[in-house]
Design a protein around this ligand. Structure first.
Ligand SMILES: Nc1nc2c(ncn2[C@@H]2O[C@H](COP(=O)(O)OP(=O)(O)O)[C@@H](O)[C@H]2O)c(=O)[nH]1
Ligand SMILES: [Mg+2]
Length: 379
């Protein structure tokens, strides 16, 4: 087998070059977009790795034999000649390529009918954490929606993938404010996921952007520091703050805040292994008569744990999920998994520690782009 990388201004050009050099039996192993310093005018430059199965191109001796020979000829391993070193390097490259080919074949054997670039996109989505079955179904649909040479246009393929993912992502849209009574919004979640920070950001958003009369209530009496953290913020932002030490206290405090338009409640962190804590939270939520409940999930948590968290909190009905710490994450496939497998919509995304700016309403197009890009870019 002969393997070679081809650099070309477009996929079509690359295919022509491959055909010319390798003929009709060539197979495409991979392709990726590249920027070439020597050809800055090639805006869609592409690097395509192609192979042709030619018996006479296979190195005549195996890697093992080459090493044995090298050692036998030169007792000093450090003094192998340049020619031998190059042969070794070539052999290692050849073996690596073969291993990658075999691994890809095993991993994507259910997609052998797809063009290589689509197989690579499926691979990319899986690497980003999208469940294999979801990734493959997206790519299959993209395959059936594009024809002929369009399938080789990566820009077009990416647009289709993003559009498909966008349709799979669920969002809640903005909070629905009551007209005549305060809208009570409560956030809940595991410990340390960003509840207090998110509540503070939402309070600032509702006060300064939506021009609402906002009050903050902390029921996190478990951690004094948590209350102090929110109190300190409300002093700076000039937002009314109340601390509630038990459920009766919470009822009194909420009654006291009748003249406010929005009451945001920060709850105590839950250890999902502790069912008593979950039951207590459910009771707190019942007495608070919250209009909207948002579950906070930290994006850097692995999917198995996210699933456990979602299952545990399923005993409390909630409106949407606030995803935090997108700025600390590199793999966003779980956004799709949570929407598709767990059937949960997103309300807000949080992408930093800055209050109030690092929060925004969840947007399906933005989330789809983040998944494919593998990066949160707050531009
Ligand atoms: N990088 C980053 N840090 C965050 C984000 N949200 C919260 N944090 C930080 O995570 C830590 C825990 O946040 P906190 O709101 O106290 O979590 P809580 O225990 O759930 O109330 C704090 O250091 C926050 O500044 C976010 O979106 N990005
Ligand atoms: Mg807190």
């Amino acid at each position: 087998m002969k393997i070679k990388k081809f650099l070309a201004p477009s996929m079509q050009e690359a295919l022509k070059m491959i055909k010319k050099e390798f003929g009709d039996d060539a197979i495409i192993l991979s392709n990726k977009s590249v920027q070439l310093k020597e050809h800055p005018e090639w805006k869609n430059a592409i690097e395509v790795t192609a192979a042709i199965d030619k018996k006479d191109e296979i190195p005549s001796e195996s890697f093992g034999e080459t090493v044995k020979k090298a050692v036998a000829e030169k007792p000093e391993p450090s003094s192998i000649s340049n020619i031998q070193f190059n042969t070794l390097q070539k052999d290692i490259g050849y073996i690596n390529d073969r291993i990658e080919l075999i691994l890809n074949h095993i991993k994507y054997e259910n997609l052998p009918h797809l063009p290589k670039n689509l197989q690579n996109y499926s691979k990319q989505l899986i690497t980003c954490g999208v469940n294999a079955s979801i990734a493959n179904s997206i790519i299959e649909e993209v395959f059936t929606s594009l024809k002929g040479e369009d399938l080789m246009e990566d820009d077009l393929v990416e647009q289709k993938i993003i559009a498909k993912m966008k349709n799979m992502i669920q969002i809640t849209g903005p909070v629905k404010f009551n007209q005549d009574a305060p809208t009570v919004v409560l956030v809940m979640g595991s410990t340390g996921v960003g509840k207090t920070t998110s509540v503070a950001k939402l309070a600032a958003l509702y006060k300064f952007t939506y021009r609402k009369k906002v009050a903050l209530v902390s029921v996190d009496s478990f951690r004094i520091a948590a209350m102090e953290q929110l109190k300190a913020f409300s002093d700076i932002a000039k937002i009314h703050f109340e601390a509630a030490y038990n459920n009766n206290d919470l009822i009194d405090k909420i009654n006291k805040l009748k003249n406010y338009e929005v009451i945001l409640i920060d709850s105590a962190g839950i250890n999902i292994k502790n069912i008593k804590q979950l039951i207590a939270l459910k009771e707190t939520i019942r007495v608070s008569r919250a209009d909207e409940i948002h579950l906070i999930l930290n994006m850097t948590t692995r999917y198995l744990e996210i699933k456990e968290t979602l299952k545990s909190f399923a005993m409390i009905p909630y409106n949407g999920v606030i995803l935090t710490k997108l700025d600390e994450s590199s793999y966003f496939g779980d956004i799709l998994n949570i929407s598709v497998e767990m059937d949960k919509p997103f309300s807000y995304i949080s992408f930093g520690q800055n209050i109030p700016e690092d929060i925004s309403l969840a947007n399906r197009n933005e989330l789809a782009q983040i998944i494919l890009r593998g990066k949160y870019d707050n531009q």
